[in-house]
Design a protein around this ligand. Structure first.
Ligand code: LLP
Length: 444
């Protein structure tokens, strides 16, 4: 970690009034040192969220396990933070598993999801001896069974259930409804059929059931309904198929506040809702609550992330709109283009200037849909200014692309006035990394 000379000086207080500070460092110092666009994570915020989740479980006196869903932001450093904080890791591909293992993450605390895990991915998971595979479909049971028989290894598994809970979020990130590509359908007997199929493979140890109802969810109700349905299912399969649920995994999904229009529940409410709903369902039959597992992604990292862009050109259409363009866009944040996501932003070097214009923030890609924010009031945005967009820590870098051959931004973590480069900026050479051959006569 490097300390900014600027901020060890007495200027700090003065500067912090004019400038956006993140983790004790000014946005302009960070931009100068690492370039823009730059994704900056305030590490303390990540650790605080994890702490609050744990605390919430202690409050309701439930045995719990938390897995960080690393699809939200996956890098070796982030995996190391998760490990240091005692979390499990939820991975959804061979690539995420590879990253986790390279970070030194202990394999037996990794669980793997995916609706179409390939044979190679399953084999990778089995031979790495990861902690849990969440089995999604009948094909996977067969493929996994064959791998276990061939390698002679055993593995703990869970069954992913689609619990038929419709939640109010964007259609593309809602997963628990009956019409979903994920998991075994709760209502047509598929779960029971899956258990019968799994029982044929004595090397699969069925530890419990899993449901994830969606992402960026604001009301507690859907979580409570899912928890009750899953608890009821677990009692049913114990009665009818003699299968004990050791772990009840209720996925991730807690919404966060991107703008003042968002009114998410506190994480304590989520934890209380799922634990109380499940506990009630078990206790009504004189049973005790199994271990409750959650897989938060967004709520761990989203609010800790801020993207700093450099302002470039502008286009004023009289009486219609002013576009202010920045040096990134949908290539580092496709969430507006994909989900109509909304963000708040400031001009980081003009924190105490008055807001004086209504503008829209455009990216630099050759596509009209490449927008970051429609309509935001800001101080006058001039070329060279720094625009900081908040809450970009989840599903931004992980969904970034090289559209237009725009290199991916750098990612830096900050903590107590110190910074650490976690992912370096992509270079033009990186863009050519996969090119094999420029020789026209080499077809074979
Ligand atoms: N567990 C499972 C099985 C999941 O599918 C997901 C997210 C999570 C946990 C973590 O959910 P979270 O706590 O982050 O809501 N790209 C979209 C979000 C897709 C979420 C996919 N699954 C976005 O940018 O909003």
């Amino acid at each position: 970690m490097e300390r900014s000379k600027l901020h060890s000086s007495a200027n700090e207080t003065l500067l912090s009034k004019k400038e956006l500070m993140i983790g004790g460092l000014s946005a302009s110092w960070l931009a100068e040192k690492y370039g823009t666009p730059l994704i900056v994570y305030d590490e303390e915020k990540i650790r605080n969220q994890i702490h609050d989740y744990k605390q919430a479980f202690h409050e309701v006196q439930a045995d719990f396990r938390l897995a960080y869903a690393c699809k939200a932001f996956c890098s070796t450093y982030m995996c190391q933070i998760a490990q240091e904080e005692g979390l499990w890791l939820d991975v959804v591909s061979g690539g995420e598993l590879f990253t986790a293992l390279k970070s030194g993450f202990q394999p037996n605390h990794i669980l793997m999801h995916g609706n179409n895990k390939t044979k190679e991915e399953l084999e990778f998971a089995v031979t790495s001896q990861i902690g849990l595979i969440v089995v999604d479909n009948f094909h996977e049971i067969e493929v996994l069974g064959e791998i276990l028989n061939r390698t002679g290894q055993s593995i703990d598994i869970m069954i992913r259930v689609s619990p038929g809970v419709d939640v109010h979020t964007h259609d593309f990130i809602s997963t628990g409804q009956q019409d979903s590509k994920f998991g075994f359908d709760l209502y047509s007997g598929q779960v029971e059929e899956a258990i019968i199929a799994i029982k044929k493979y004595h090397r699969m140890r069925l530890m419990g059931i899993h449901a994830h109802i969606g992402s960026q969810i604001f009301d507690a109700e859907g979580f409570g309904v899912a928890a009750k349905r899953m608890a009821d299912l677990s009692k049913k399969i114990e009665r009818e198929l003699d299968v004990m649920t050791h772990i009840l995994n209720l996925g991730g999904g807690l919404g966060i506040r991107y703008t003042s229009e968002d009114t998410p529940m506190p994480l304590e409410t989520l934890v209380e809702e799922v634990v109380l709903a499940a506990r009630k369902a078990y206790e009504s039959d004189g049973l005790s609550l199994p271990l409750i597992m959650l897989e938060p992604g967004r709520s761990i990292v989203a609010e800790a992330g801020t993207t700093i862009y450099r302002v470039g050109s502008r286009k004023e259409i009289p009486g219609l709109r002013t576009y202010v363009a920045v040096d990134g866009g949908m290539t580092d944040n496709p969430r507006l283009a994909l989900y109509g996501a909304k963000y708040e932003a400031v001009i980081a070097n003009k924190m105490n200037a008055n807001k004086e214009e209504l503008v829209s923030i455009a990216g630099k890609a050759c596509e009209s849909g490449d927008m970051l924010i429609w309509d935001i009031e800001l101080p006058k945005a001039e070329p060279g200014d720094l625009l900081a967009v908040f809450c970009t820590g989840a599903y931004n870098y992980s969904m970034a692309s090289n559209y237009n051959r725009i290199p991916r931004p750098a990612v830096v973590f900050v903590r107590e006035g110190q910074s650490k480069l976690v992912l370096r900026r992509e270079t033009y050479d990186d863009l050519l990394h996969l090119e094999m051959n420029t020789d026209f006569s080499s077809f074979s």
